[in-house]
Write a protein that binds this ligand. Sequence first.
Ligand SMILES: [Zn+2]
Length: 371
Amino acid sequence: MTRCALCDRIDTSSEYRCTCGGPLQLDHFKGSIKEGGNVWSAYRDFFPYNLSKEDSLGEGNTPLIRAKRLSTKFGINLYLKNETVNPTWSFKDRGTIFGIKRALELGYKRIGTVSTGNMAASVACYGAYHGSRILVLVPTDIHEDKIGQISIYGPEIIGVEGDYGELYYESLDMDDIYFINSDNPYRIEGYKSMAFEIASDIDASHVIIPTSSGGLFRGIVKGYEELFQNHILSDLPKFIAVQAAGCSPIHRAFEEGEPVKRWGPPHTIAKAISNPFPPSGDAVLRKLKELKGTCAAVNDHGIIEAQKNIARDGIYCQPASAVGVAALPQLINDMGQGSKVVSLITGSGMKVEGRSTKVNTVTMSDLREKI
Ligand SMILES: [Zn+2]
């Protein structure tokens, strides 16, 4: 059963969005942890699908590394959840696999995504592996290098003129294509696996989440909530959403106590988290308020410094993944000495380079004919 993450209404009329505009999500799961196996089998009560060996490319089950140098520097126990070792080098694979399962269950032959980076690469990869036709919609001004990793998997890539934020909503009306976008309800379910892995490793006091569309934040929180509701955990960590200052609509709304409003053109090196109008933004705000979480924004200088420091603790991450560590100087006073803090390292620093390819472009009004 799906329920709106914003207004709590039960809604079965749509796959993706409530009539109020909020994102839909599956109801909370009940269950217990099973003995042995990886996260997908041990926590199978909490996922919408059981994954077989044939489904998987080895996503999830990533290392949680104690950041020695940074822990000393800040006087806390800092752990980095290394998502760069996923099949397409980012956390997106955890959600893509359930999105693909859902699309195949509903009988779709074509699967799409609106993304310029990590998610497009992930959907293109898993779609190719499962034999689906993949459509990736990108803005026309995308740099050719950016689609290098996406194109190797052989999807159809179309550049669409006009407002890229609108394209998210436009895509959801395309009936013959299943869209696995940033906050697709099944994608969110996959992200819970990260919460399960962290909770089975350590009793975290704080979990820091790089936040763009809000999908990852919602998945982590939902995972922890399900552990709490099923008496597997006795309390929740404090959740911290971090954005890049050059594109921080959720942070601005959090500070002002207002709903999320569209940001202007993003200006940040953290391209992977530069969604100017996050489709799950208000749902993130709701959870931050309910669970007494907090929200921070960090500038590019801090992001670059944090990226270097994370590398010296063993992980080469993309700039967007460094925002959590970049926010530590402004968070540390509230954390207390010796806190167990987890920062999610969402994607690899190797992401930026790749082979180039030419992209066909269309106007948004011609898009339907073109596909
Ligand atoms: Zn609603």
